[in-house]
Design a protein around this ligand. Sequence first.
Ligand code: CTP
Length: 431
Amino acid sequence: MAAVPVVGTSCQDRMVFVVVGVTGGIAAYKAVHLVRLLVKAGHDVHVVPTADAVRFVGLPTWEAISRNPVTTSVHDDVARVRHVALGQSADLVIVAPATANSLAKMATGLADDLLGTTLLATTAPVVVAPAMHAEMWRHPATVRNVQTLRERGVTVVGPDDGALTGGDSGPGRMSEPEAILEAALAAAEVRTDLAGLHVVVSAGGTREPIDPVRFIGNRSSGRQGVAVAVAAAERGAQVTLVAAHVDDGVLAEASGHAHVELRRAGTAAELADAVVAAASSADVVVMAAAVADYRVAEVSPLKRTKESAPGGLALELVETEDILAGLVQRRRGDQTIVGFAAETPADGETLVERGRRKAARKGTDLLAVNEVGWSKGFESADNAVTLIDRDGAVVSTASGSKRAVADALWDAVLDVRRKRGAPLGGHAPRP
Ligand code: CTP
């Protein structure tokens, strides 16, 4: 039997704190697009232009595009020790464009401005995108400086060959922002393997009304579903998150993400409508929501009172629509449908067996089976799941934070899609 991969708690697909240093070259205008791409991808971007750079593109542009305050001097915001704080906080530093002068300063370790101090204070990966005239790029001084930076672990992107500002041509054009972004995210080990895919994730628990003040609900907090949505967005997907009664505190991480569209649902029927509508254009649907299996046959328009039901109350419950099974029936050829199954058996073998039967009954491409109980699964920050494919085979197990479990789930989804020849992410840019 093939070994089942076990996934731990690594977390590389995250929003990163990025410092973008901009030095004084005409390519500074292209760096505006780079900042925009980083912000759109959900990263926290801090632009540090040099004094020369703001002669090409002004502070208001950088502030508006990055959505963060921008200063150039080591004497600004001294109380917060900004001249080193930015470098210390950074997960990634990009210098684009990097002029010949700025490469020389970096190689020497000069720190006569905010970018210089930031670069000396950081231990984060540094990526530079040189831009200059071909002669300056070929000059032995620049060649030596670039070699020094490479030896120090700096990633150098480009420059590209082509027409330069003075009408001449040769190596010296700054690489395109998309290429710089890709290299920078790779240097910071941020994955973009779901880019270009539209995914729908349901989260939380539905509530079925009994009367205007009471409902039948469940204990799902929505944490696992929200983690699945955030993981997908940070790995590049366009996400529709359908949330049923998820606390705003739990939702905050997802609702603030540029690539998560949030829709809310209350009952199983509302969740069905929202998920089915969003699924029509989705590549992957993950049903992480705990959907009520039954609803009250007749919802009372008035509050039920003890006077109207003295001594006891019997409610007639009728089955709700099985949303997951319906999605499987309507599945387009290359769509991947994923379910969750919360089970309460006593031992692991029974858990997996029940998961297999449920996967077969529902026809899911993947089913994430997790054990729940009075003190297990719900409201906790951690989870443990076994992933079962369409043939009932256990493809992986994952445990750790709900985010780590979410990443393992997306890895398994990509494996399923790869095996079926369905389009993968990581190539097409997001709209
Ligand atoms: N599900 C659904 N619609 C329902 C009930 C469940 O789409 N009316 C989905 C859940 O979102 C989950 C999966 O089906 O992804 C399994 O849910 P679960 O409650 O474990 O399965 P049930 O079919 O309800 O089976 P049972 O409760 O009998 O174990």
